[in-house]
Design a protein around this ligand. Structure first.
Ligand SMILES: Cc1cc2nc3c(=O)[nH]c(=O)nc-3n(C[C@H](O)[C@H](O)[C@H](O)COP(=O)(O)OP(=O)(O)OC[C@H]3O[C@@H](n4cnc5c(N)ncnc54)[C@H](O)[C@@H]3O)c2cc1C
Length: 315
C-alpha cells in the first residue's frame, strides 16, 4: 500500500502536519520515535497559544490525542525512520523495526536533539552527573556544586532552574560574552551562588563512578584549570535530526533542512519539512506547528497536481 503522505516526527510539527493531512482526507502515516517533542521534559510550558500553562507531558497527550481522532491518520510509534529512498511512485522509508513504508509525498518533522560537548568522560557520566535537562534533573543536585555549559538562553534557563537547589553554580561559556536574554543575565548575576567563567573550553569531565570535576582551558591565560563539581548541565544548542534524508534534500552547514519558508518545500519536489529540523530561525512549539500546517497544505496541493497530470495523461 502507498500512503498519500508520510510524516516523520511526533512533536508539534509532526502532529500539526498529521491533523491537517488527515482532515484533507489524505491517507496519512505518522512515524514517530515518541510523541510530544523536545519540550516533553518541561514542567511548565506557558506560551502554547490558547493554554496558559501546562506540562510537556500534557502537551504530548494533546498532540497524540488530536491525531488519533482521525481515521485517516495511522501512527507507528515508537518507530524511527533510518533512511529515505526515492522510488518511481514517491518515497520509501525504512525504519529501525525493519519495516518499509511508501508514500507519494513526505513531510520531515523530526526536530532536533541536544548537542553534546564530545569531550572525554561525557558519555561515561551521562546520567551519573552529566545532564542535558535542567528541568528534569535540577532537584538531584540539592546542596551540590554544579556547572552549566553554555551562555545562551538555554544555559541561563538552566542556571535559573538550579538556583533553588545547587550549592554553587559555575556558568561556563566558550565565548567572550553571554548571548542569552539580558534580563535573565541580570537576574542570575544577583545570586551569590553563581560564578560566570567566560572564554573557557571544556577539556574533560572527571570522576570515578560519578562526576567529581571538570577540566577546562582558560583561553584568557592559556592555562588548564580544574573545578570540583558533582553535576554538569550541557546546554550548547541542538542538532537537527536530518541524517536519514541528507542525501536527498539540501541542508545548511548545521545540517538543517533548507526550506522555502512560505511552503515548507525542500529542494526535492515531494519532500516537505517543518519545525526544528529546518533552517527556521525561531525554534518554538507554536512556530513548528504553524510551519507544519503550511507544509501539509503544500503537500496536499502537490498531490492534487500529480493527480491532475495523471488525469491529463490518461485522457
Ligand atoms: C527543555 C526544553 C523546553 C522547551 N520549552 C519550550 C517552551 O516552553 N515553549 C516553546 O515554544 N518551545 C519550547 N522548547 C522548544 C520546542 O520544544 C521546540 O521548538 C519544538 O519541540 C520543536 O518541535 P518539532 O516538532 O519541530 O521537533 P521536536 O520537538 O524535536 O520533535 C521531533 C519528533 O520527531 C521524533 N523523531 C526524531 N527523529 C525521528 C526519526 N528518525 N524517526 C521518527 N521520529 C523521529 C522525535 O521523537 C520527536 O517526536 C523547549 C525545548 C526544550 C529542549
Amino acid at each position: 500500500m502507498i500512503y498519500d503522505i508520510i510524516i516523520i516526527g511526533g512533536g508539534p510539527a509532526g502532529a500539526a502536519a498529521g491533523v491537517y493531512s488527515a482532515r484533507k482526507k489524505l491517507k496519512t502515516l505518522v512515524i514517530a520515535d515518541s510523541f510530544g517533542g523536545q519540550s516533553l521534559v518541561s514542567d511548565s510550558i506557558e506560551n502554547w497559544i490558547g493554554v496558559k500553562k501546562m506540562t510537556g507531558l500534557e502537551l504530548a497527550k494533546m498532540l497524540e490525542g488530536h491525531i488519533r481522532a482521525y481515521e485517516d491518520a495511522e501512527i507507528k510509534m515508537p518507530e524511527k525512520a533510518v533512511l529515505v529512498k526515492e522510488i518511481s511512485s514517491g518515497w520509501e522509508i525504512s525504519t529501525d523495526k525493519n519495516n518499509i513504508y511508501q508514500s507519494k509525498a513526505l513531510i520531515v518533522a523530526s526536530g532536533g536533539r541536544r548537542r553534546h560537548l564530545n569531550v572525554l568522560g561525557e558519555d561515561k557520566f551521562e546520567g551519573k552527573g552529566v545532564s542535558y535537562c535542567s528541568t528534569c534533573d535540577a532537584p538531584v543536585f540539592k546542596n551540590k556544586p554544579v556547572a552549566v555549559i553554555g551562555g545562551g538562553d538555554a544555559g541561563l534557563e538552566a542556571v535559573i532552574n538550579l538556583v533553588p537547589y545547587a550549592s554553587k553554580i559555575y556558568l561556563i561559556s566558550n565565548k567572550e560574552l553571554l548571548t542569552g536574554d539580558v534580563s535573565t543575565q541580570e537576574e542570575i548575576k544577583k545570586s551569590d551562588k553563581v560564578s560566570v567563567i567566560m572564554n573557557a573550553d571544556i577539556q574533560e569531565i572527571l570522576g570515578d563512578k560519578f562526576v567529581s570535576g571538570l577540566k577546562y582551558l582558560d583561553k584568557n591565560d592559556n592555562q588548564i584549570k580544574e573545578l570540583k563539581i558533582e553535576g554538569i548541565f550541557v546546554e550548547i544548542g541542538s542538532v537537527p535530526n536530518s541524517e536519514f534524508v541528507k542525501d536527498l534534500v539540501g541542508t545548511n552547514q548545521k545540517g538543517e533542512i533548507v526550506i522555502d519558508h512560505k511552503t515548507g518545500a525542500t529542494s526535492r519536489p515531494g519532500i516537505f519539512a517543518a519545525g526544528d529540523v529546518t533552517d527556521e530561525i525561531y525554534k518554538q512549539n507554536n512556530i513548528s506547528a504553524g510551519d507544519a500546517v503550511a507544509a501539509a497544505l503544500s503537500a496536499y496541493n502537490y498531490l492534487l497536481n500529480i493527480k491532475k497530470n495523471e488525469n491529463k495523461n490518461s485522457n
